[in-house]
Design a binder for this molecule. Structure first.
Ligand SMILES: [Zn+2]
Length: 82
């Protein structure tokens, strides 16, 4: 079960205009975000354009795969860090 994005809420007929959550597309410029590990619940601040895969410092779960510069997050983004 995934969360409903802002874009989907704006188009309640079911037509999804944007595939990418606006929240995520803003991250493409590169910034620090706080993510929550699915495995252990640890919250960790990471860069959204990492040079390699990001792993949880506590349990070693993959938080994000780096794909062409932009991280593909496997974990939940809980906050942006200014
Ligand atoms: Zn973890």
């Amino acid at each position: 079960m995934r969360e409903i994005t802002q874009a989907e809420e704006a188009y309640p007929g079911g037509f999804v205009r944007y595939r990418i959550d606006p929240e995520v597309s803003r991250l493409s410029r590169g910034k620090f975000v706080k993510v929550e590990c699915d495995g252990c619940g640890n919250e960790q601040i990471v860069f959204s354009r990492p040079s390699g895969d990001l792993e949880c410092v506590v349990c070693g779960d993959v938080l994000a795969d780096s794909s062409g510069g932009m991280a593909e997050f496997q974990s939940r983004i809980v906050a942006e860090v200014a």
